[in-house]
Design a protein around this ligand. Structure first.
Ligand SMILES: Cc1ncc(COP(=O)(O)O)c(C=O)c1O
Length: 413
């Protein structure tokens, strides 16, 4: 008998498992609205034209863009590009050298580096997650902080099922937390709900963070996806970094660059000590240590793509158009689905399909309705909140999906 025979079957990740089920489904009408990856108007994966152009630049000069190990924190031009995409080119935190950055493995690796950093250097400070969040946050927290550590939750949406932020309760939770707590915040395009704070609400949250000296841990997985603008989607991060809040950032280039499988991202710590460049180096050095002990060096190819686009004004311009292309298609699909639901007389209030932002929408379909959508209509949604990835909708399948939703809400409670 194997020495490992005691190892039990692992519970599959709910979202990834949905992809497996979808691949096995033989229905000619099947529609995948589970996976968080952009699809073009034909439902196919899309490589951004700016990324294709950057690939051409890279492959034309493999002496420059070689396969050597990169410097431990990542190539300087890559880090510069990451900071500029995140904060804008002329942000005071960059000018004041308060931004410590280290390349990491997409958003997930950056969350890991940020949480390990806090666990080791800011222990004993309570960690808060939004009451609904990307489920992998829990696992990444457990890995970094250890099984015995407990995070708490702060209110995000109303508990009674209303698809709105319960802002008064959120503020109360942030005010009642011990001073110097750590809050995980979705910078934009909240996953899974698709419901974000307004700018005025972010200003109120900022005031609480300043008064309570909380640390803001921003998950920046969708910058550009929410509104089509890096500046708009960077509002909260840029504000907090300017206004003297200590922030940690997990930056992913999976969605906005379409570099899902390249695993390219960056962890940043923006501290508040002006003119303390040594501290910036120390923080970067600590993140490098975590990377060194975990995967040693981050991969270069995706980093070359990000820095090539980030440092070439023409390619950057093209890239920002590409991001617009993706976010406008998502907005168009929101409108088409809503119009079709109205046209066929689907009961219920569906305005949130229009007001949600980014890749996802909490449809509000119950777990039983989500199951029915899968079994009867071969339309795949995530059970939590009936989360729908708007990217899986196309002009060809939107009427089919709307009809399936109508039939489901009429017949399944
Ligand atoms: C909220 C959120 N954070 C982080 C990630 C990390 O993604 P990746 O590791 O692919 O960059 C995701 C991916 O779905 C996400 O939705």
């Amino acid at each position: 008998m194997s020495a490992f025979a005691h190892v039990p079957a692992s519970k599959p990740d709910a979202i990834l498992h949905l992809n497996t089920l979808f691949a096995q489904d033989q229905s000619p009408n099947k529609v995948s609205l589970g996976v968080g990856a952009y699809r073009d108007e034909n439902g196919k994966p899309w490589i951004l034209p700016s990324v294709k152009a950057a690939e051409a630049v890279i492959s034309a000069d493999l002496t420059k863009y070689n396969k050597e190990y990169p410097p431990q924190p990542g190539y300087p031009l890559f880090l510069k590009s990451c900071q500029e995409f995140l904060l804008g080119e002329d942000h005071t935190a960059i000018a004041e050298k308060r931004v410590a950055s280290c390349q990491s493995l997409s958003g997930t690796g950056s969350l890991h580096v940020g949480m390990c950093f806090l666990m080791n250097n800011y222990a004993g400070h309570q960690f808060y997650m939004p009451s609904v969040t990307w489920p992998n946050h829990y696992g990444i927290f457990e890995k970094a902080y250890g099984k015995q550590s407990k995070y708490l939750e702060y209110t995000y949406l109303f508990k009674d099922g209303q698809l709105k932020i319960d802002f008064e309760s959120m503020k109360k939770d942030m005010n009642n937390a011990p001073n110097e707590s750590i809050f995980l915040l979705h910078a934009c395009a909240h996953n899974p709900s698709g419901i974000d704070l307004s700018k005025d609400q972010w200003m109120e949250v900022l005031a609480i963070f300043k008064a309570k000296k909380h640390v803001a841990f921003f998950d920046v997985a969708y910058q550009g996806f929410a509104t089509g603008s890096f500046e708009e989607d960077g509002f909260a991060t840029r504000l907090f970094a300017r206004e003297g809040v200590e922030i940690v950032v997990a930056q992913s280039f999976a969605k906005n660059f379409g570099l899902y499988g390249e695993r390219v991202g960056c962890c940043h710590i923006v501290h508040t000590d002006q003119n303390n460049a040594q501290l910036t180096l120390n923080l970067q050095g600590y993140m490098c240590l975590i990377v060194r002990q975990t995967w040693s060096m981050s991969p270069v190819h995706g980093a070359y793509i990000v820095q090539t686009i980030g440092q070439d004004p023409e390619l950057k311009k093209q890239f920002l158009v590409d991001v617009q292309t993706m976010s406008s298609r998502i907005k168009k699909m929101r409108q088409m689905l809503y119009d079709e639901l109205m046209r066929i007389g689907t009961k219920g209030d569906w305005t949130h399909i229009l007001t949600c932002i980014g890749m996802f929408t909490f449809t509000g379909l119950t777990p039983a309705q989500v199951e029915h959508m899968k079994v009867k209509h071969a339309v795949y949604l995530v059970t939590q909140g009936g989360r729908m990835s708007m990217c899986g909708l196309t002009e060809k399948n939107v009427a089919y999906v709307a009809a399936a939703m109508k039939e489901t809400v009429e017949n399944v409670k």
